[in-house]
Write a protein that binds this ligand. Structure first.
Ligand code: ZN
Length: 313
């Protein structure tokens, strides 16, 4: 039996220049930088987290920054698009905003019950603004440059590029508990249970080239576990299915496990707690560099090696 879960937790991608990344996600898209830390597995790289006012699970997009590193290639075994939910009547605002900042976008298209505007971030990472009924509410950041009534509500879902739809389907439905929904123009939608659930769309490209992980690609997608017991239970179930899964890792803001689904996409399962206020005043999230206790002794060396990053004013 699969364990029911509440959808998407976060998406993590690889960016180049950290300042361009901040200017795009905080400055143009209006998300809050909720945490500035380093990659816990490589402290020469920032790990920047964006989200709603509190960085609630389901609103978080994060980046490792590798300035000057080569770009990767988006291909099979990867997340090929991350979709941000906006209120249904805010699309006009967003088109104008993208024009104003010189972000080139594709003409809006209908897909299922939503209207989608696709564009790329400064590193070529595909993102979408998705407008549909029900994309309201949420914990909006009141200092965002984007007005509250048009603000991004969170991440509505991701698109997975796969060699074969069947391989992904087994993991998504039988292991993760997604429900298979409709198909649309070569795209199969899987919906998570629970209110305001997320989607995972699978686009199968049997002859597609395998993705190459580097700047401009998504590193992994994380799904939510409500608590540590559920995470452990899930870990056992993944192991029972013969998939390689990590031990439970302490990511400071959540606990998590990682495994690769058979189609190649790196999945993480992350707990909702403890969240981003664990080491910072909620009013001042993301304003200074936060390090985990085991790196605190190296703060001076780490800060010197990182390029300075300023929040947009
Ligand atoms: Zn992650």
């Amino acid at each position: 039996m699969s364990i029911r879960f509440a959808g998407l937790h976060h998406v993590t991608a690889i960016a180049g220049n950290p300042q361009e990344n901040v200017d795009f996600y905080a400055g143009i898209l209006g998300l809050r930088l909720v945490k500035k830390t380093v990659n816990f597995d490589d402290d020469r790289s920032y790990h920047l987290y964006y989200g709603d006012a509190a960085g609630n699970p389901g609103t978080i997009m994060t980046f490792f920054t590798w300035p000057g590193a080569p770009r990767g290639r988006i291909g099979t075994g990867q997340v090929s698009a991350t979709s941000f939910a906006v209120p249904e009547d805010s699309l006009g605002y967003w088109l104008e905003r993208l024009l104003q900042y010189g972000v080139r976008f594709e003409q809006p298209v209908r897909r299922f019950d939503e209207t989608v505007v696709a564009f790329r971030d400064p590193d070529g990472i595909p993102v979408e603004i998705v407008a549909r009924p029900g994309n309201e509410g949420g914990e909006i950041w009141d200092r965002s440059p984007v007005p509250a009534e048009t603000a991004i509500r969170g991440i509505s879902g991701v698109t997975l590029l796969e060699r074969s739809a069947e391989v992904a389907e087994n993991v998504l439905t039988n292991l993760l508990g997604f429900e298979k929904a409709e198909e649309w123009d070569g795209r199969t939608r899987y919906l998570s249970a629970g209110s305001g659930g997320s989607f995972a769309d699978v686009v199968a490209v049997p002859e597609g080239a395998t993705g190459q992980e580097a700047v401009g690609t998504v590193h992994h997608v994380a799904w939510r576990a409500p608590d540590d017991q559920t995470l452990e239970a899930w870990r056992g179930e993944i192991e029972d299915r013969g998939l390689n899964v990590t031990t439970v890792l302490d990511r400071k803001y959540f606990h998590s496990i990682y495994f690769r689904e058979p189609g190649g996409v790196l999945f993480e399962i992350a707990t909702d707690a403890p969240g981003f206020a664990v080491d910072e005043d909620p009013d001042h999230l993301g304003e200074s560099l936060n390090l985990p206790p085991w790196l605190e002794n190296d703060r001076e060396r780490i800060e010197e090696a990182l390029p300075p990053v300023k929040l947009p004013v």
